[in-house]
Write a protein that binds this ligand. Structure first.
Ligand code: SAH
Length: 342
């Protein structure tokens, strides 16, 4: 069966021609898919014969919202069930500058970060480009909130599923699709260097976020196993190269952990390693994960001051959806453990 939603407009046009149909049918189908139709019968400008043929040869996958939580601040968290029964999360956040959806890139994650709920049970599988796109389409359709920004910061490591992610970017960016500009998209990585280098070559206008969480190898290797393969020296070198190639400022994510990564010397080290590059550090209050031994830092303001004293811009991330488990993989985790969090 053909996975229609993972296909580009050009691929759909070519497929229509192979089926003996005019190429413009490809565009009609692309438009319907991006509107979030749930059956081929909704594609009313296609002939009945073509619709019947599509039903037998193609998949029209539709994620099912098995849980939905809405916070007082308007944040909505979705737990989507995919066609094979696996579940992933997306979160809609409302900001003054527009609605942002945070999407997952994999079912689970194999990166093993010590503070993160998404990785506890490992990775089950990669998402397809269509499943990435569906999170945006159906969050928008269900909530009625037009989505203007996308962050790839949900469950999974985008660089570990880069081919699908790149195809998704092409789909979501297309003028005949959702038409979301690259400048409105952020991609977050735990520091998979080949992926960072690949993106630098492509020169896309998206924002790269690097989950740093510690500037020194000793601390970072304890928190993030990926640091044993790609250490901080190699990571900062790749970031400097990325900036030189693309001219785009990188955003560094930094979850503040009590007594682990919140010392002044670590702020000083971040500043030294960013020299020559206009980085931006995003300080995140650590979300408490039941299974983790880490606690939120009480030094966030002091750490921010220290960074700014060195001329490094640092912001403290405003936390949305705190009352609904909107933190990193927690809803899926609860569903897996059989706890009802509705
Ligand atoms: N794998 C990618 C994207 C998904 S994680 C990455 O690592 O960047 C999105 C962000 O949430 C990352 O910066 C991650 O480190 C952070 N995160 C994970 N668990 C967290 C927690 N308990 N508290 C605060 N931030 C967390």
């Amino acid at each position: 069966m053909i996975d229609l939603k993972s296909m580009t407009l050009l691929e759909l046009q070519a497929m229509m021609q192979e089926m003996g149909e005019p190429a413009f049918r490809g565009k009609q189908i692309f438009t319907w898919l991006n509107r979030g139709v749930t059956s081929f019968d909704e594609m009313s400008n296609l002939s009945l014969t073509l619709r019947e043929r599509l039903k037998t040869e193609c998949l029209l996958m539709v994620p099912n919202a098995v849980r939905k939580q809405q916070a007082k601040d308007g944040t909505i968290k979705y737990l989507w069930q995919l066609s094979d029964g696996n579940c992933i999360e997306s979160v809609l956040m409302r900001y003054h500058h527009g609605n942002t959806v945070c999407i997952s890139s994999q079912v689970g994650c194999r990166m093993g970060c010590a503070f993160c709920a998404s990785t506890i049970a490992g990775k089950v599988r990669d998402l397809t480009p269509g499943e990435l796109l569906d999170q945006v389409i159906f969050t928008q359709k269900d909530s009625g909130a037009p989505v203007s920004n996308i962050v790839l910061m949900g469950i999974g490591e985008p660089m570990d599923n880069l081919d699908a992610v790149l195809k998704f970017l092409e789909l979501v960016n297309h003028p005949d699709g959702l038409n979301i500009g690259m400048r409105h998209i952020s991609l977050s990585t735990c520091g998979v260097i080949p992926g960072i280098r690949h993106l630098a070559e492509l020169g896309l206008q998206l924002t790269l976020s690097v989950s740093l969480h510690a500037p020194d190898n000793e601390t970072r290797s304890k928190l993030m196993p990926v640091n044993r393969a790609y250490d901080t020296n190699a990571l900062f070198a790749a970031c400097h190269d990325y900036f030189r190639k693309t001219g785009r400022r990188i955003s560094f994510e930094y979850a503040m952990i009590d007594g682990v990564n919140d010392y002044d010397w670590q702020a000083d080290l971040i500043a030294r390693r960013l020299k020559g590059m206009p980085g931006h550090v995003n300080l995140i209050p650590l979300n408490d994960v039941e299974e983790s031994p880490f606690r939120p830092s009480r030094r966030t303001a002091a750490f921010q001051k220290r960074l700014e004293h060195h001329g490094v811009t640092a912001t403290v991330r405003r936390s949305l959806g705190g009352d609904i488990d909107a933190a990193c993989g927690q809803l899926r985790r609860k569903a897996e453990k059989g706890e009802d969090s509705r």
